[in-house]
Design a protein around this ligand. Structure first.
Ligand SMILES: NC(=O)c1ccc[n+]([C@@H]2O[C@H](COP(=O)([O-])OP(=O)(O)OC[C@H]3O[C@@H](n4cnc5c(N)ncnc54)[C@H](OP(=O)(O)O)[C@@H]3O)[C@@H](O)[C@H]2O)c1
Length: 255
């Protein structure tokens, strides 16, 4: 009996934003392990190059490209480069997001509001638009949006961030419906509390951590690698009939 090819990504080109560390790095490494050529991206090229070099050292294919997804010109130029160097894109993982201010919603700062919206909504949206155009030219593709459990159940003192993550869940359905005719699927991953730099303020504070753990049936925080398997499923032919879904990977938090 031969093993399934459903999770193979041989010959695929994948772009992962926020791939220099944390959840994005774990996703980039797994997609490369399954055969994809992964474009490892974030704002700072050094971290991306480090991850790309590690993938190549492991026998995979990777290219590091810097892109601040909150800057429209950088989105334009990264897609011009993808067209020139690769000519196609099969998988987009919108993973890079920002959460600059922890505060009561009444204290929300306009600058933090704008930054959060620009990166988490406008960035995801126009990355998907550009990727969608390129995927349409080549008969389809898969877009995966890393949202959050906060998009369903807002996190305390994470007001505008939670609002943007709810928008990402709706955006996922918009792209799923309107891009299905082009063979493009679009799904969201909703991570629960995951041990990364992003969550370090929560995970390193014993009181906050214990309060969080009390609400997680599996009674532990996730490792970044535990998010990657779900993304591989959504990126690969294993999920060929799945689109518009918001997949909770949260230790049971939302159940
Ligand atoms: N960790 C959690 O508990 C948790 C829970 C739910 C959802 N999430 C979501 O999971 C995703 C990844 O989070 P993480 O925990 O892995 O964070 P992380 O470890 O802090 O990594 C964030 C990544 O995004 C990049 N980045 C930040 N701002 C960017 C921008 N404007 N443009 C491009 N790249 C940018 C960072 O690199 P540079 O500094 O080089 O740009 C880095 O590679 C986010 O969408 C987050 O909302 C996380």
């Amino acid at each position: 009996m031969s093993k399934t090819q459903l999770f193979d990504l041989d010959g695929k080109i994948a772009f992962v934003s926020g791939a220099s560390r944390g959840i994005g790095e774990a996703i980039a490494r797994l997609l490369a392990q399954q055969g994809a050529h992964v474009i490892v991206s974030s704002r700072k090229i050094e971290g991306c190059q480090h991850v790309a070099d590690a993938i190549i050292a492991d026998g995979g294919k990777a290219t590091a490209i810097a892109c601040h997804i909150g800057e429209m010109e950088q989105i334009d130029s990264v897609f011009a480069r993808i067209r020139e160097e690769f000519g196609r894109l099969d998988i987009l993982v919108n993973n890079a997001a920002t959460n600059p201010q922890f505060c009561n919603v009444l204290d929300t700062d306009l600058g933090a509001f704008q930054k959060t919206v620009d990166v988490n909504i406008r960035g995801y949206f126009f990355m998907s638009v550009e990727a969608g155009k390129l995927m349409r030219e080549h008969g389809g593709g898969s877009i995966i949006n890393v949202a959050s459990i906060n998009g369903v159940s807002p996190g305390v003192f994470q007001g505008i961030y939670s609002v943007t993550k709810a928008a990402v869940i709706n955006m996922t359905k918009v792209f799923a419906k309107e891009c299905a005719p082009f063979g493009i699927r679009c799904n969201a991953l909703l991570p629960g509390l995951t041990d990364t730099k992003f969550a370090s303020a929560l995970v390193s504070n014993e009181q906050i951590l214990n309060t969080a753990l009390a609400q997680i049936p599996l009674k532990r925080v996730a490792a970044p690698s535990e998010m990657a398997g779900a993304v591989l499923y959504l990126a690969s032919d294993a999920s060929s009939y799945t689109t518009g879904v918001a997949l909770n990977v949260d230790g049971g938090f939302l159940s």
